[in-house]
Design a protein around this ligand. Structure first.
Ligand code: ADP
Ligand code: MG
Length: 451
């Protein structure tokens, strides 16, 4: 299958060739013709397998017909974080370079002036984080009645508790007859059920069972006592042959501490977490992308979607509380067919969280090194831990975050799934009805009144 077989325009094929892509990835093969046909769909494929181009490419050809009007964007892409929105905008520019399309990027933490000016001129595509979009909508700067195409990227995250009120409100302003596309590497069935509310006769196009980790990622788990975690991290960073690494931690304070302590040990390190000013966040991320720093200590604000070329290692300094976050964090490596290594530090107190992850991904994470005996763990129990930082801080009234992973909602009896080997990367996409194959926790708020 080649890009030319997918029904894309010649200008687009030229831009694709300029990007150096020789053939579409399986999710692109599966999704692009359906999008061009105007279908609603849910697209599921592992991290780093080209989901962005799967929607951006056909969107460009669709938008090429028609004209934008002042304050009435013709299409919209929603992203959970500012950096991810910026990255998708870069993709739009790259693939749309032979198409005269206009775009506005609406993200929080930066001045609104230019965003408003762009909107007033009229844009073909709006790429936004929900907070800023709602803000501008509230000020009467945007009319969504002409928005015929909606993409919700990282859809399960966008439809969970933190964002759902905004998404519901945004969707209520859009025309009913619009086309809606949802994408993610993870998709718990209850969220997919909820998603059905926003879709019209959707197709589900999936390349792999949701939440399978990308097979290009070698996963390892290092058992360590709580008071030795920093030493273990330094050890890994000294002895692993890494090109660059993202070190994830569950708390913003730990991100700050680790960045300081690693810097003191002589590492070229930066940080990214939700308490930083946006300009600083962007500057640090740019330093990492350019190779000026080789280690980025990050909160989960960097867990989803970010595509930095050739990240060789992801290190979980803390085991994530949500099993699906594990999939997304480690998915920052092993992208676009490259290989990567993901190392997770786990203490005894993390046993439950590790079990949750292993249940979700369907296999045990190979242990590296022997477990050290510990008399007492200093860490708080997972259930009592403060809430993990999630994506963008929401400016409005405080909203409940997702339930911590320690207490997954009880699930209905399910037939036990046979041991599955990781899917081969080249598997063709399947188009089918929803299969109830989620092993992760079900967000508790979905257990009542979700349908
Ligand atoms: P996902 O959203 O599935 O996690 P991305 O859309 O961020 O993945 O793409 C991951 C990487 O793959 C990007 O660097 C992108 O440039 C590259 N890529 C996308 N499509 C192709 C293709 N057809 N051939 C080669 N590389 C591709
Ligand atoms: Mg993506």
């Amino acid at each position: 299958m080649s890009f030319a077989d997918l029904g894309l325009s010649d200008e687009l094929l030229r831009a694709i060739a300029d990007s150096g892509y020789t053939e579409p990835t399986p999710i692109q093969t599966g999704v692009i013709p359906s999008v061009l046909m105007g279908k609603d769909l849910v697209g599921i494929a592992q991290t780093g397998t080209g989901k962005t181009a799967a929607f951006v490419l056909p969107m460009i050809d669709i938008l090429h017909q028609g004209r934008s009007r002042a304050r009435m964007p013709r299409s919209m892409i929603l992203e959970p974080t500012r950096e991810l929105a910026m990255q998708v905008a870069e993709n739009f520019e790259k693939y749309g370079k032979y198409h005269p399309l206009s775009m506005a990027l609406l993200i929080g933490g930066v001045q609104m002036g230019d965003q408003v000016k762009a909107l007033e001129k009229g844009v073909d595509v709006l790429i936004a984080t929900p907070g800023r979009l709602m803000d501008l909508f509230g000020r009467g700067k945007i009319l969504l009645t002409g928005c015929e195409l909606l993409v919700i990227d990282e859809a399960d995250r966008m439809l969970d508790m933190g964002f759902i009120p905004d998404i519901e409100e945004i969707c209520s302003k859009l025309p009913k007859s619009r086309q809606t596309l949802l994408f993610s590497a993870t998709m718990p069935p209850p969220i997919q059920k909820l998603a059905a509310k926003f879709l019209n006769d959707p197709r589900r196009i999936e390349v792999a069972r949701p939440a399978t980790a990308n097979i290009n990622i070698e996963q390892r788990l290092v058992e360590v006592s709580a008071d030795k975690k920093k030493d273990a991290l330094r050890d890994i960073l000294r002895h692993e042959e890494f090109k660059n690494a993202i070190v994830f931690s569950n708390r913003k304070t730990t991100v700050r501490e680790l960045a300081t302590s690693l810097k003191r040990s002589g590492f070229a390190v930066g940080q990214i977490q939700g308490d930083m000013e946006q300009v600083q966040r962007i500057a640090e991320f740019d330093r990492f992308k350019s190779g000026e720093i080789t280690i980025l200590v990050a909160s989960d604000v960097a867990a989803r979607g970010l595509d930095v070329k050739g990240v060789s290692h992801v290190i979980n300094y803390d085991v994530p509380w949500q099993p699906d976050d594990y999939i997304h964090r480690i998915g920052r490596t092993g992208r676009a067919g490259m290989s990567g290594i993901a190392i997770t530090l786990a203490t005894r107190a993390d046993a439950e969280a590790v079990a949750g992850i292993e249940k979700l991904i369907g296999h045990k994470i190979p242990r590296q090194g022997a477990a050290k005996a510990v008399e007492r763990e200093e860490e708080p129990k997972v259930a009592k831990a403060p809430k993990p930082e999630k994506a963008e801080p929401v400016a409005k009234a405080a909203r409940p975050a997702r339930a911590p992973a320690a207490e997954p909602a009880p699930k209905a009896e399910k037939p036990k799934r046979a041991e599955k080997k990781p899917e081969p990367a080249e598997r063709l996409p399947v188009v089918e009805d929803m299969a109830d194959e989620w092993n992760g926790p079900v967000p508790s708020f979905l257990s009542f009144g979700a349908d």
